[in-house]
Design a protein around this ligand. Structure first.
Ligand code: NAP
Length: 496
């Protein structure tokens, strides 16, 4: 029997209190179609309360020495560790990803807590000589104030930790709007902050729709930064609204990630990596491999081996340890994938496997789609250009290394890429020339570690990064401080 949530209705977490909201909507388990919990649909006055509370709490929190702030995050890390199995099982139920991957996602949160808590004793600025005598100069990070975090359903706990933990260690207060599809991780993380002793109001969770709660965050004048992960359409609108207000905004959005398989690649390893990257989380990862750019010399062999390996992909409820591919988040996701299958066929790509929804027997109540392989796609086809967000991968044959790099870079996104080759010269050229924020060599397109910056180039984002020490740049302002101890007026540039 899987671990169940003890409540049937969630509440907002504002000022350390659980605040009920009259309106709510049901959240269903995508594997079974059963309702698991009711999530609040908050309104703009709930947002207003949360922001005002955060504004007050932030003033005190910013004065707590950062090593003491870190103590709270260390406790959060230990609590996440203690509750890892509970969180993983609940995550599988709300999101559908298979239990092994759910455990991996929770582990990312644990890693992030311990890593970024260490920043409590660093948060380095610089000291530097001043150009005048008896004068001291330094730069330091200052918190920005109240930060608004908006997260998607596909990594409901990991992404929240990449954003909220750096914001908190830097002395900010947070208002967080989780995706309505996956509120349970937010509820569980809020409980952990409560037990860890984070002062009231430093983190506030406001559940509700993007168009009401998310939009209110974006337009609230007391929210100084928006950190958003989600789709490109939503991200562009948020960026435009923030631009008008001169509000800082960090965007992490879509991807059209490729594995390049060269003629000298270890094909067995490449097949394993493609399966993991393309069909893990049912292809609903921003870093999912949805293109395989394959050298024509090994194309046929790769196709055969991929088809053979795909036979072993078990599909079903991710709570069952033997399942490799779980459900799709909802029916709209299924419809989008189906539409791309038709697009691919009409464009002339050859469907080698899958291409259909699973609707019979054990699959009847959930949202399941068969892992799908197209071949003979060309770089300009829509299935090779647009984010499908499902278990669909297209093989694009190329004639050379140079063409492979060009095809890889010829999309609007720039999140992750990978190359399989045993030629050291190609390895170094590829890591230089692949225009993505993340590059893997002889590994798939997924598998980021939290102490490195996460994010992408071009249409994937706007230059900021989640996780890593770089996440601090989103949640801090640089302040330059000059102390003149000469007792005279010394004019920079003039009295030198
Ligand atoms: P989404 O529809 O853009 O939603 C993301 C979040 O934004 C949700 O919390 C959503 O709320 C909220 N939202 C929707 N409309 C809004 C508005 N007008 N103002 C403010 N907030 C609004 O994206 P998704 O379908 O959940 O996520 C999938 C996308 O995320 C994919 O494109 C994927 O590639 C991308 N992603 C990127 C990364 C990365 O780091 N690059 C990581 C993971 C996912 P509600 O849904 O509750 O209404």
């Amino acid at each position: 029997m899987a671990i169940q949530l003890e409540t049937r209705k969630l509440a907002n977490f504002i000022n350390g209190e659980w605040v009920e909201v009259s309106e709510s909507t049901g959240v269903t388990n995508p594997a079974t179609g059963e309702e698991i919990v009711q999530v609040p649909l908050s309104n703009t006055s709930d947002v207003e309360k949360a922001v005002q509370v955060a504004k007050e709490a932030q003033k005190e929190w910013a004065l707590v020495p950062a090593p003491q702030r870190a103590e709270v995050l260390y406790r959060v890390g230990y609590l996440l560790k203690e509750r890892k199995e509970r969180l993983s099982q609940l995550l599988t139920q709300e999101n559908g990803k298979v239990i092994e991957e759910a455990r991996g996602e929770v582990q990312e949160g644990i890693d992030m807590a311990f890593y970024i808590a260490g920043e409590g004793r660093r948060l380095f600025g610089q000291t530097t000589p001043a150009e005048l005598k008896n004068k001291f100069a330094m730069s330091q990070r200052a918190p920005v104030g109240v930060v608004g975090i908006i997260t998607p359903w596909n990594f409901p706990i990991a992404i929240a930790t990449w954003k909220s933990f750096p914001a908190i260690i830097a002395g900010n207060a947070v208002v967080w709007k989780p995706a309505t599809e996956t509120p349970i991780m937010a509820y569980e993380l809020a409980k952990i902050f409560e037990v860890a002793g984070l002062p009231k109001g430093v983190i506030n969770v406001v559940f509700g729709s993007g168009s009401t709660v998310g939009d209110a965050f974006v337009h609230h004048t007391d929210i100084r930064v928006i950190s958003f992960t989600g789709s490109n359409d939503t991200g562009r609108n948020i960026a435009a609204a923030c631009g008008k207000q001169l509000k800082k905004v960090s965007l992490e959005m879509g991807g059209k990630n490729a594995v390049i398989v060269m003629d000298d690649a270890d094909l067995e390893l490449a097949v394993e990596a493609i399966l993991w990257s393309a069909f893990g989380t049912s292809g609903q990862r921003c870093t999912a491999c949805s293109r395989v750019i394959v050298h024509e010399a090994v194309k046929e062999t790769l196709e055969e081996r991929l088809l053979a390996a795909m036979e072993y992909l078990t599909i079903g409820n991710g709570l069952n340890e033997s399942i490799k591919v779980g459900p799709i988040i909802n029916k709209a996701g299924i419809d989008k994938i189906k539409s791309y299958i038709e697009i691919g066929k009409n464009e002339g790509a050859k469907l080698l496997a899958g291409g259909y929804e699973l609707t019979e027997g054990e699959y009847r109540q959930g949202n399941y789609f068969a892992p799908t392989l197209f071949t003979d796609a060309t770089a300009d086809m829509r299935i090779a250009q647009e984010e499908i967000f499902g278990p669909v991968v297209s093989l694009i044959p190329v004639k050379s290394f140079e063409e492979a790099i060009e095809v890889n870079n010829g999309v609007e996104y720039g999140l992750s890429s990978s190359i399989f080759t045993n030629d050291v010269n190609r390895v170094f050229k590829a890591q230089r020339d692949l225009d993505t924020g993340i590059v893997y060599v002889n590994a798939g397109t997924t598998g980021a570690e939290i102490h490195l910056p996460f994010g992408g180039t071009k249409g994937t984002g706007n230059g900021h990064r989640d996780s890593g020490v770089q996440a601090l740049d989103v949640f801090t302002e640089w302040k330059a401080v000059y102390v003149d101890y000469s007792g005279t007026l010394q004019r920079a540039q003039i009295d030198v």
